[in-house]
Design a binder for this molecule. Structure first.
Ligand code: ADP
Ligand code: MG
Length: 332
């Protein structure tokens, strides 16, 4: 039997470029274990070129063809894995290209990706679906009216987060409790996105769940927990070697009823927003026991410290098998 050709494409050139390379390394090692695919690794570099592991330029062509420039070879791809955190993967752009090429791929489609990548559109959907999330407002520009609105919000809520609408890895995300810091946080948040979300800080526990399709069912794992110093899981706490954040694959001491509610909310979000294959859904549990969804990650991190693969394994589902079944079921 001919081996199927799998494109593993990563990088993207944006702020989470390096992280996506680490996730891609993990996925590659999993694909190699399966030992029945030809893996074509492609990195989209910061200057927009696409290159293979040896640094040779490649092109994606009509009909899902990969063209290797140096040896002038065209290969028909059968399946693609868009391993990006942020653009052009979590934004839905590359999925649109795959759709046009009629190339099957792992993960959410363009629309669900774009909806979930924008923190404002996600929250508007949550509200429409009665999925609890932190109180918020959003602004499209800096003007007197919006300045006043955000100052009033800070005065009411006391502690808030100011976030660029379309960013990840805690970039463009600022914790604000003093009025004197508000203007600068909003200004910086606008430097990274066209819209800015301002939301109430939820004090309590930060929990996350792997939510994925396995043997035809949507599965939500038990929640894991992030314990970050000062309750802000910022970029350094997420990725630096000196991070003081603690991650527990299974959060300790949660009440069963809370776990059940969280799983129901996660599955509702997954199915209603039409997510596909995999996601990580993040929550807050406040000091009064109220549960809020924070956000949906349509291509969760898969670095050695990332929770998604660990939560899946801890739920007795093997990541390699998960990948293999999705690839095989989606290749014609
Ligand atoms: N409303 C909130 N209440 C409490 N902590 C928050 C809130 N929003 C964000 N945070 C903190 O900031 C981190 C990053 O925010 P998040 O919305 O998850 O953005 P990103 O997509 O960059 O991960 C969260 O992991 C959490 O530690
Ligand atoms: Mg987050």
């Amino acid at each position: 039997m001919n081996k199927k050709n799998i494109l593993l494409i990563c990088g993207g050139g944006a702020s989470e470029h390096e992280i996506s390379l680490i996730s891609a390394k993990y996925i590659k090692s999993q694909l190699e274990k399966i030992n029945k695919y030809n893996i074509f690794y492609v990195e989209m570099t910061k200057d927009g070129t696409r290159k293979d592991e040896r640094g040779c330029v490649v092109e994606l062509r009509k009909g899902g063809i990969l063209f290797e420039a140096q040896i002038q070879k065209e290969t028909q791809l059968h399946f693609a894995i868009p391993c990006f955190h942020g653009p052009p993967g979590e934004t839905g752009q590359i999925q649109s290209v795959f759709e046009m090429m009629k190339l099957a791929y792992l993960g959410c489609g363009p629309e669900a990706s774009a909806l979930c990548f924008n923190k404002i559109s996600t929250k508007l959907w949550f509200n429409a679906l009665n999925i609890p999330n932190s109180p918020f407002l959003f602004i499209d520009q800096i003007n007197n009216e919006n300045k006043l609105k955000s100052e009033n919000f800070l005065e009411t809520e006391k502690k808030i987060f100011v976030k660029s609408s379309s960013q990840g890895s805690s970039l463009g995300c600022y914790f604000v409790k003093n009025k004197s810091d508000l203007e600068m946080a909003i200004k910086h948040a606008f430097e990274l996105s066209p819209y800015v979300l301002i939301e109430k800080c939820i004090e309590g526990r930060e929990l996350e769940m792997a939510v994925y399709e396995y043997e035809g069912k949507v599965i939500a794992t038990n929640p894991g927990e992030i314990i970050a110093p000062n309750q802000f899981y910022d970029f350094d706490q997420k990725y630096s070697k000196t991070s003081k954040a603690i991650t527990n694959v299974e959060a300790k001491g949660l009440e069963t009823k809370d776990i059940i509610i969280m799983k129901e909310l996660a599955i509702k979000a997954f199915t209603s927003l039409k997510l596909r294959h995999l996601s990580r859904i993040d929550f807050f549990l406040n000091q009064n026991g109220s549960i809020y969804i924070n956000e949906i990650n349509t291509f969760p991190g898969m670095t050695p410290i990332s929770m998604f693969p660990k939560m899946m394994e801890s739920n007795e589902h093997n990541f390699t098998k998960f990948l293999e079944s999705i690839i095989d079921n989606n290749i014609e």
